[in-house]
Ligand binder design. Sequence first.
Ligand code: FBP
Length: 254
Amino acid sequence: MDKLDKITTNGKAIYLAYDHGMEHGPIDLTGQSIDPNYILDIAVKGGYNAVVLQKGLAEEYYPPYRKKIPLIVKLNGRTRLVGGEPISRQVCSVAEAAELGAAAVGYTIYLGSEHESEMFKEFGKIEEEADKKGLAVIGWIYPRGKGVEDDDSPEITAYAARVGLELGADMVKIKYCGSKECFTQAVEAAGETKVVLSGGPKVSDEEFLKIVENVMAAGAAGIAVGRNVWQRPNALEYTRQLKEIIFKKHEDKN
Ligand code: FBP
């Protein structure tokens, strides 16, 4: 059985990301989205393939949902309050994530940061441990830091995807580079490693649907999205529209 089977449907996926309380702070958690139960409810009712949580939320809120929705535990994190070259260190072990019921673990690498090698090292160890427990490993690969001039250029986006493959990630989560064409290059660069889109700040309903159309037509496996779902008042109806795009056939790619 493929490690990604538990968190994909026919190779495609939609994940609800909710680690923003750590990365950005409550400023992102508008309206009801401050309540983790509200998010878990959307994840279950919306039929997401998994929800992404830091370990604290997983410990406190996930137990009643354990049989209802798969969990991806984010193993590292940082706040937006730190200056300097970006680094995000591990705050949860693979063993803890497995204990919490995770089907997969996630880890952010700031590609191009002066601290890139430290994150590579932690990521390698995580892969070794996750492999023993049969957990999939997803790399949030975000080019960032002094070494990166144009983080959303086609070349750097494809580089991020490729590094995921080189490091042995089961899946990479990368940002949008602006077009179907450049995302196609990134998907090609990732080879056997699956690619999902990292949502980004909320844009209009139509604009985000178009982005998702483009990344799916580019051959992506799906999306791992937060703000563009739970910051909308009609999160469930919007989820339905996203799923229609993600799980429909893209004849040119499948
Ligand atoms: P969004 O869909 O809301 O952008 O969430 C995706 C995500 O990767 C989250 O998992 C994470 O908290 C956030 O983006 C980090 O974004 P950044 O590092 O760009 O601030």
